[in-house]
Ligand binder design. Structure first.
Ligand SMILES: *[C@@H]1O[C@H](CO)[C@@H](O)[C@H](O)[C@H]1NC(C)=O
Ligand SMILES: *[C@@H]1O[C@H](CO)[C@@H](O)[C@H](O)[C@H]1NC(C)=O
Ligand SMILES: *[C@@H]1O[C@H](CO)[C@@H](O)[C@H](O)[C@H]1NC(C)=O
Ligand SMILES: *[C@@H]1O[C@H](CO)[C@@H](O)[C@H](O)[C@H]1NC(C)=O
Ligand SMILES: *[C@@H]1O[C@H](CO)[C@@H](O)[C@H](O)[C@H]1NC(C)=O
Ligand SMILES: *[C@@H]1O[C@H](CO)[C@@H](O)[C@H](O)[C@H]1NC(C)=O
Length: 611
């Protein structure tokens, strides 16, 4: 990313943890979230110290919230605090609430060792950055790139835009990064100091005493929430390449504080225009589904998948209906130069960077160019721009076909709306008018119990007027959520599809052969789709639930609630729909596709020329 942003762009690092080590679910930690009564806030350090916590930090979210934690790396800090201690804290008259922080695992995405090739060069690796300008180097497909050159030609370099990389540490002394690095805004949330240099290797050499579990790095809700809400008036874009373990059997997402922090971010960050959260779709491959990852599938994040340099899917790509668009990762061919050139530790560079962990920062870079072109863009404008300007280009998914949704927008289950186009994005950004107000409509809900069993799929429908006639009528869709409660004798064999009234089928859940959960199932899990973007939601929605796999399974569905999010008016989509419908009236089907491409392009062009 540093390679394509100019000197005026600012990089912030928010280090969360040495995220590669996964803590067991529910690990007890001696970090607590303490809410003090109004008026007692000034006494926070005293309260902490009286209860045996060496450190205290005021949290940027909520009212009167403080993070109490032991001194870093001190041997005695690793002793588990007794419940008696906690009771004493709860009984303190200055304390309103105490929330014990449980530790859980979060996995860093990507950074796979492709070929053992280290590059020691002082020369820039520009010509190796095929994803910026692809001329066919490294056995790639010419023209398959982020079209960054066009954005540069128009004079955009990311000037004035601040991107935070939320990860497990960055070598900010690296010569390529040092001049863009914004030290004031950076922070290390795993050690609570402002120096987010990678420490994972060092951590293992610390003396081991106390309880082993707590020697392990773990993630807590406080750490996640704090990093996501760090300096939201200074940081424009947050890029994350981590999430719940991509093992094909985890279903997990943001906890309470992190959800609140994200909601605050999109509503209040950037002076109310909203923080832009960019998320890597996941590295679990075809055995996983990113709709089971509550970060990637959140409406508030832009979830980014990756393509390789000849346009195919990467082997570790996870597909799901919440992915909005794609950037690039390494090549699949054994070309040592097909990785993503980037900085490595101790001033070195590497060409081995890969996985969706490279994809999210690339997207953050493109969004920085768009924000420079128009700083007024809201978090939703950025999603609309992504949908409208991303390109199918030469992307090829062997499993899922490219399709058109009900308003003619082309999407793919794995790549979303296609590969980001920086040139297209800055051009459209410059002329962009903020999208109209967003509304939320609960379109309907099925609450009765329904049996699901192998060989017999369950088909449910909801007929909706999308709250027409009410204040919250949604006429043009943005995100759609299907909140589902279902259990099964084997959760991984479940699959769920949903069709919109305009006929667009979203695969909400694919089979995950490694997930053998037979107890928990999905509990009010919000499956999300972006595929019906721009559609008219009025009419009948159909949910299909079934089993795939060798052995017969059964399950019980208890709830399907359909939530629509979008606007009451959207001029640019009216234009596209009009063109699309006039094309539909034609009989020659084979000409349709081609004509449609032109129609969409014309609509965008006419939108541009109007301004
Ligand atoms: C790395 O490159 C520098 C400068 O080109 C050179 O002086 C040095 O010997 C190289 N190191 C190795 C291990 O190749
Ligand atoms: C980690 O270890 C390296 C190599 O021993 C050392 O140079 C670096 O300063 C250490 N970093 C920290 C944060 O202790
Ligand atoms: C960085 O490059 C130098 C010189 O090639 C090499 O000796 C060193 O092991 C590399 N460091 C890392 C962390 O890859
Ligand atoms: C951003 O908004 C301000 C205030 O509404 C306006 O003056 C300015 O022209 C806008 N900039 C762009 C690029 O739309
Ligand atoms: C699903 O839940 C119902 C009701 O709680 C229970 O009877 C059934 O055994 C559960 N099925 C599975 C596979 O867990
Ligand atoms: C969902 O769609 C997929 C892909 O088209 C298909 O293979 C699967 O059988 C469908 N499942 C259900 C329950 O309709």
């Amino acid at each position: 990313m540093a390679g394509f942003l100019g000197r005026g762009a600012s990089l912030v690092l928010l280090s969360l943890a040495c995220a590669r080590v996964a803590a067991d679910e529910g690990t007890e930690t001696n970090h607590v979230l303490v809410q003090l009564h109004e008026g007692a806030e000034a006494e926070a350090p005293q309260v902490a110290s009286e209860h045996g916590f060496q450190s205290v930090r005021k949290l940027p979210f909520g009212e009167g919230f403080f993070h109490f934690y032991p001194q870093q790396h001190s041997a005695q800090s690793r002793k588990k605090r007794s419940t008696r201690h906690r009771q004493r804290l709860e009984d303190d008259h200055r304390v309103k609430n105490v929330f014990q922080q449980e530790g859980f695992g979060r996995q860093k995405r990507g950074y796979r060792n492709l070929n053992n090739i280290d590059v020691n060069m002082s020369d820039p690796l520009f010509t190796k950055q095929w994803y910026l300008i692809n001329t066919g180097q490294a056995d790639g497909t010419p023209g398959l790139d982020l079209n960054v050159a066009e954005a540069w030609q128009l004079g955009y370099t990311g000037k004035g835009v601040t991107i935070a990389i939320m990860d497990d540490g960055i070598d900010y002394l690296h010569p390529d990064l040092a001049s863009n690095y914004n030290a004031e805004a950076s922070f290390d949330f795993s050690s609570n100091d402002p120096y987010p240099y990678p420490q994972c290797d060092n951590a293992t050499t610390l003396p081991h005493t106390g309880i082993r579990m707590l020697d392990q790095p773990f993630m807590t809700d406080i750490i996640e929430a704090s990093s996501i809400s760090h300096m939201p008036q200074i940081i424009d874009i947050y890029s994350a390449s981590w999430g719940p373990t991509d093992d094909g059997k985890t279903v997990d997402g943001p906890r309470e504080l992190t959800l609140q922090a994200m909601a605050d971010g999109v509503n209040k960050g950037r002076s109310g225009k909203g923080s832009i959260y960019v998320w890597a779709s996941g590295d679990g491959g075809s055995y996983d589904d990113c709709n089971c990852d509550g970060y990637a599938s959140s409406m508030w994040t832009i979830s980014i998948n990756s393509a390789i340099n000849d346009g195919r899917t990467a082997l570790y790509d996870e597909s799901c209906s919440s992915t909005l668009a794609s950037t690039f990762s390494n090549g699949r061919k054994r070309n040592p130069e097909a990785g993503v050139a980037t900085t490595d530790l101790y001033g070195n560079c590497t060409l081995r960077h890969s996985g969706t962990s490279a994809a999210a920062p690339e997207a953050a870079g493109v969004f920085a160019l768009a924000l420079e072109a128009n700083p007024n863009l809201t978090w939703r404008d950025m999603q609309h721009l992504t949908v409208l300007t991303s390109k199918r280009n030469q992307l090829h998914d062997e499993v899922h076909q490219w399709q058109r949704n009900g308003v003619g927008l082309e999407f793919n289950h794995l790549f979303g709306y296609g590969v980001l186009d920086a040139g297209g994005m800055v051009k459209l950004s410059k002329e962009w008018k903020t999208v109209p107000e967003r509304f939320h409509c609960v379109a309907g809900s099925v609450q009765e119990t329904h049996k699901v069993q192998s060989g017999e799929k369950l088909v449910l429908s909801i007929n909706t007027d999308a709250c027409q006639g009410k204040e919250n009528f949604v006429r043009y869709l943005e995100h759609v959520q299907a909140v589902v409660t279902v259990n099964a004798s084997r959760r991984g064999d479940l699959n769920i599809n949903m069709s919109s009234p305009m006929g667009t089928k979203s695969i909400l859940l694919s089979r995950r052969p490694r997930d053998d959960d037979a107890k928990v199932g999905f509990d009010k899990w919000p499956f999300m789709t972006t595929h019906t973007w721009g559609e008219d939601p009025r009419g009948t929605w159909v949910l299909e639930v079934g089993f795939q796999g060798e052995s017969p399974q059964k399950g019980i569905l208890r709830e399907w609630t359909l939530m629509l999010h979008g606007t009451q008016s959207a001029p640019y989509i009216d234009q596209i729909v009009h063109d699309y419908q006039s094309k539909l009236a034609m009989s020659k089907k084979e000409e349709l596709e081609e004509e449609l491409d032109e129609a969409v392009e014309r609509s965008l062009k006419s939108l541009l020329s109007k301004n």
